[in-house]
Ligand binder design. Structure first.
Ligand SMILES: CC(C)(COP(=O)(O)OP(=O)(O)OC[C@H]1O[C@@H](n2cnc3c(N)ncnc32)[C@H](O)[C@@H]1OP(=O)(O)O)[C@@H](O)C(=O)NCCC(=O)NCCS
Length: 211
């Protein structure tokens, strides 16, 4: 039987996740929840906005799909505020994503179309993996991280919790990106990125601290 599901958020990532949900028959998508007072009662991408984030229907599975590169810690804050037990969170995997045996995904994590995990990849809870991201052998991705489209991680890379990897960046094998650090679009990361810093360019270098 398909389980009821609500998506928290109604922005771009939420609608992308709705498309992934509809591409499977695992879930009965009830709608979005969003705190923008203009949204409840409206429809986005064919999905109704049911209410605010405090209106999670009893028993429904939940996935939190907010992810803005300018405020990438918001997903962490929302999950903490909801304070739901782990078994309420859905893990959403688009049928065109590749997750072989030996790879693990945490609750609340979303893999969009074309995401590829190769071997023994561990992805934590509430992680967003956007289209065409490639995570290779022995990578470890911490809770609340965001891996934007087209990112490529070499083997044994460690991504700290809440970190944001911008679209198309490349991370050399065995390198670590610290907690709540941000890597810019197209960066080539050759050295460890300390927590809470923004790095850009090829080779990637410090730009500023995360605001
Ligand atoms: C890295 C990032 C967070 C910086 O944002 P910002 O602080 O607003 O930076 P600014 O646009 O003010 O640029 C500051 C400087 O960094 C440079 N810069 C910004 N992003 C860069 C990038 N990705 N690569 C190289 N240089 C970059 C700018 O050219 C500018 O250089 P200058 O001072 O010599 O002119 C942002 O550009 C980025 O890459 N975000 C990720 C977006 C993304 O992946 N979106 C996909 C999902 S929606």
């Amino acid at each position: 039987m398909r389980r009821d599901l609500v998506i928290v958020g109604a922005g771009g990532f939420a609608r992308e996740t709705a498309a992934a949900v509809r591409a499977t028959d695992r879930w009965n998508l009830l709608g979005f929840l969003d705190d923008d007072p203009a949204l409840p009662g409206t429809v986005r991408g064919g999905v109704p906005i049911l209410g605010g984030t405090a209106d999670v229907p009893p028993g429904a599975a939940v996935v939190v799909c907010v992810g803005n590169p300018r405020a990438f810690d918001v997903r962490t804050g929302l999950v903490r505020r909801l304070a739901l037990p782990t078994d309420r969170y859905a893990t959403i995997v688009h049928p065109a994503a590749s997750v072989p045996a030996g790879c693990v995904l945490g609750p609340g994590t979303v893999l969009l179309a074309g995401a590829v995990l190769t071997a023994d990849v561990a992805v934590g809870a509430h992680v967003a993996v956007m289209p065409q991201a490639v995570l290779t052998h022995d990578d470890v991705v911490g809770d609340f991280a965001t891996v934007a489209s087209g990112v490529r991680l070499g083997g044994g890379v460690r991504i700290g919790s809440g970190a944001y990897l911008g679209a198309g960046c490349l991370v050399r094998e065995s390198v670590a990106v610290g907690e709540y650090a941000q890597v810019g679009m197209g960066a080539v990361v050759l050295r460890d990125v300390p927590p809470g810093q923004v790095w850009v360019g090829n080779p990637a270098r410090y730009l500023r601290d995360v605001k």
